[in-house]
Write a protein that binds this ligand. Structure first.
Ligand code: FE2
Length: 175
């Protein structure tokens, strides 16, 4: 085991650390990049959800205001798990706004959205994009030989699907 805290870098800004973790370094590097890719989208999604929570208006205000906050809490919990798993594997969690802006797979959230139905549409799209990214990551982590990271993605994927259901249900029938 090497002792340097900076074994090597993935992109010059995210050092990999020395660890006794038994997965091969190449696999860990790949997994850290995968975790950070989802973390960037997850942080973006968290902020988009808060944006909706703060600005929603209309007859369903209180229901949507509270729902969007619960969605944000769920996404935030997943983000913490993703970041800490990246560090467990010897990597660096990349959670700054600058990285998020560069790396998020989500479309920017329009800041002029007001109506509840429009927030439901926008947030539904963001949740679906993130759900697809995380579901694909389950397979990639499995192929990299890391059942634990695959399991983490599976849990997050199940949570995101549930939040998508909660949000989409507002648009699936006329009230
Ligand atoms: Fe609030």
């Amino acid at each position: 085991m090497t002792t340097g805290w900076k074994e090597h870098t993935q992109d010059g800004t995210s050092p990999m650390h020395s660890t006794r973790h038994d997965l091969p370094a190449k696999s860990r590097e790949k997994l850290v990049a995968l975790l950070n890719a989802c973390l960037a989208s997850g942080i973006d999604l968290y902020l988009q959800t808060k944006q909706a929570h703060w600005n929603v208006k209309g007859p369903q205000f209180i229901a949507l205001h509270e729902l969007f906050d619960r969605v944000a809490e769920t996404i935030e919990g997943g983000n913490d798990e993703l970041a800490e798993r990246a560090v467990m594997l010897g990597g660096t969690a990349l959670g700054t706004t600058q990285v998020v802006q560069r790396a998020s797979a989500l479309k920017p959230y329009a800041t002029d959205i007001v109506k509840g139905t429009d927030h439901v549409e926008a947030l539904g799209n963001a949740l679906a994009t993130y759900a697809k990214q995380v579901r694909a990551a389950i397979e990639t982590a499995t192929q990299a030989g890391d059942a634990d990271t695959a399991d983490l993605f599976t849990g997050i994927s199940r949570d995101v699907d549930k939040q998508l259901w909660f949000v989409e249900a507002h648009a699936q029938a006329q009230s």
